[in-house]
Design a protein around this ligand. Structure first.
Ligand code: TYD
Length: 209
């Protein structure tokens, strides 16, 4: 039985997720919590290689391969990093998890969302599901504006960031559906506010939990 808690952060590219996650970790630590900050894909030695295959643009996996590689990364991550930390009583704060696979691979890549694929997603979690999920909700249009200004500032886009608008629309619609279907677990945060206001909302919902 896990003693710690798993909190995942989800959102489209450009939603400010990484900044908000780091600030949330700092806040939890200031509350005296023992926190581990981690991310997917790529936060194990094997995962680092998978991340390169998935995101560098050097390879173009077909949708099935892409899904399997994200799941491979997750299983390795759970067994090697997340589960041991939970067993040690830590709060694990993870940048993306299975909801991203549902949104980017099943919805974005238009793989048939059936019971078999859902079972595979669960299986790859090795028994570890999030206690709470923060979804940073930002429209595709607003996210595109932010991404364009970051890229103009020199930040590199990954292979998935470069997908077309309708891919990102499908990803957004999937997160919206996940939030509606899991109202207890998924906390929708309006990401179209300044950084401090978004962080205040996150702290408010986590305190209530
Ligand atoms: P990353 O550079 O880590 O940044 P961010 O999370 O801020 O976008 O990008 C990870 C990319 O991988 C992102 O485009 C979403 C994608 N992804 C999937 O397509 N499926 C998954 O299961 C996961 C975990 C991520």
């Amino acid at each position: 039985m896990s003693k710690g808690k798993l909190i995942t952060f989800e959102g489209g590219d450009g939603s400010g997720k990484t900044t908000q996650l780091s600030r949330t970790v700092a806040w939890l630590k200031a509350q005296g919590k023992d926190v581990l900050q981690t991310f997917e894909p790529g936060d194990t030695p094997l995962g680092k290689a998978l991340r390169h295959i998935l995101l560098s643009g050097e390879f173009v996996p077909v949708a099935q391969t892409e899904l399997l590689l994200f799941l491979a990364d997750r299983a390795q991550h759970v067994r090697e990093v997340i589960q041991p930390a939970l067993d040690a009583g830590k709060w694990v704060v993870c940048d993306r998890y299975s909801d991203s696979t549902l949104a980017y691979q099943l919805a974005g890549r238009k793989l048939t969302d059936n019971a078999e694929l859902r079972a595979m997603l669960k299986w790859a979690e090795c028994g570890v599901s999030p206690d709470a999920t923060i979804w940073l909700d930002l429209s595709v249009e607003d996210a595109a504006i932010r991404m364009a200004s970051r890229q103009a500032g020199g930040e590199a886009a990954n292979r998935l960031d470069n997908e077309k608008q309708d891919f990102h629309q499908s990803v957004y619609a999937a997160f919206d559906k996940i939030a509606k279907e899991n109202p207890e677990r998924v906390q929708r945060i309006n990401a179209n506010q300044d950084i401090d206001a978004v962080q205040a909302d996150i702290q408010r919902v986590l305190s209530a939990l």
